[in-house]
Design a protein around this ligand. Structure first.
Ligand SMILES: Cc1cc2nc3c(=O)[nH]c(=O)nc-3n(C[C@H](O)[C@H](O)[C@H](O)COP(=O)(O)O)c2cc1C
Length: 155
């Protein structure tokens, strides 16, 4: 009997390429779990259906001007009313890149996630400056952890 695959949506925005690099590594980590289907999407291209169809979500945002990327906020704006009653308890993780801070982007995303009543299953990851190979390894590990938790039914 085939076990239905669980799905992870990796939602990200990147202007300069740093978060794109991180989001790809997150996806590689998540894809290490065989039973997990991974969808990697820029927030601008992501739809309500992507959100309603996932079993876990990873949100990757740079901090711009002391806030999450505008396109991440736009995705929340577009989906909140239609998804908030359908995604209660959705496991989520946040990973952020920043030039020197990044904490405000995390705080804001966490507040919105609380509005959706999503379930934070791992501590956020905040990378300041250009990511080192160790940083990228941490991102990959976070992806694998989310995937494994979903696969084993822990999250
Ligand atoms: C318009 C703009 C505003 C930024 N504002 C902040 C900021 O408020 N705090 C911070 O720590 N970094 C800030 N940064 C630095 C970015 O967060 C950092 O370079 C990040 O890695 C960019 O990700 P990306 O290459 O995926 O776009 C800003 C960068 C840009 C382009």
């Amino acid at each position: 009997m085939n076990i239905p695959q669980k799905k992870i949506l990796i939602l990200y925005h990147s202007q300069g390429g740093t978060m794109k690099l991180m989001a790809r590594r997150f996806a590689e980590g998540a894809a290490m779990e065989e039973n997990i289907a991974v969808t990697l999407k820029k927030a601008a291209d992501a739809t309500l259906e992507d959100l309603l169809g996932c079993d876990g979500i990873a949100i990757g945002s740079p901090e711009y001007f002391g806030t999450m990327a505008g396109m991440i906020k736009d995705f929340f704006d577009r989906t909140y009313e239609l998804a908030r009653n359908e995604t209660i308890g959705l496991p989520y993780v946040i990973f952020v890149c920043a030039g020197n801070d990044g904490r405000q982007a995390i705080t804001q995303i966490e507040r919105i996630a609380a509005g959706y009543k999503w379930n934070k299953v791992q501590e956020h990851l905040r990378i300041v400056g250009h990511p080192t190979e160790k940083d990228l390894g941490d991102v990959e590990e976070l992806g694998q952890t989310l995937a494994a938790g979903l696969d084993f039914g822990i999250f």
